[in-house]
Design a protein around this ligand. Sequence first.
Ligand code: SF4
Length: 345
Amino acid sequence: MPIYSYSRINTFFTCPAQFQFRYIERRPSPEAEGIELFLGSRFHETMEYLYQQVPLKVPTVNELVDYFKKHWESQFQDALRKQKEKGFKAPLRIVQEGPTVEDYFQKGLLFTENYYHQYHPFDQDQTEGIEMKVAFNLDPKGQFKMQGFVDRLGRDSEGTLWIHDYKTSSRKLSEEDARNEDQLALYQIGLSQNPHYGAKETFKLLWHFVAFEKDQVVSERSPKEIDQLKKRYISKIETIEKAKSYPTKTGVLCQWCEFLTVCTDGQKWVENKKKNAEAKEANGKTAPAVQAAPVAAAAPATPAVAVEKPAPTPSLNPSPAEDGPKPGRKKRAMAAVSPDQLKLF
Ligand code: SF4
């Protein structure tokens, strides 16, 4: 049985066909990397750099912004090279109509600056790990194994361990929704099984929605909830292991699926959606477009968009890095597209 990751499990329940393409056939993506994932990867790299520097010397905001710019540029050059080599239509895939690569770049700069000013001098906790691998068993016999990577682990002055996760989405979880987000809770299981930490530690789960002025969403899990979580994920893995076929499961995520060009069902779904939207518009039934306001632009205290209930699967930000031995950002870029990315910009 393979070692499962959160994203691998979620991909199966989102669309078994996508799971087959990605994890069974291991098909290379026929399309360029999505811009949302590209932005997320550059921001994560910037955070990694920041917290590596902090114990020695706190960088200036300009140093941090320069780091983001430099990495964006070098990775974009890489994307251009891949486009040429693989014959992609564009260096980065932009599904949303309107925003350009430059717009996403500017967002990233803003996220970096806002984060810096909000957390400087970065002494809220002491970093114990960055891009930290967690590998763990869901059952006592070790039959059901999972692994993942924690964006950052910090310990505060009271001894609590904070599992940090960075999101560049323009949709923010509510506290209630965060209670149903499993990824960081699974990482808590992993850290509890790490001999360096153990089950007696107190954990808090912290999502940073960096497009928002108040970026934090915090949650925690009781021992009972952790036990239930383990059982739930064992059952999910059993379902995947028993699968004999991998049917398509069309839906809104098809638009962002890297396998859309090779998936007839997905293409039909997207075409129908487009036709329906055009027909509605022609009938004058379309409600006036509500501008989703990514907060970073004007930095209001709360998002101007209504926070939607996340789809049960996939998670907010499944990281393909979980599947690899080391979470290189290029691997992260292969992540399943998540519902929060659908609302980007
Ligand atoms: S395009 Fe849609 S149906 Fe096809 S593999 Fe992707 S998510 Fe599944």
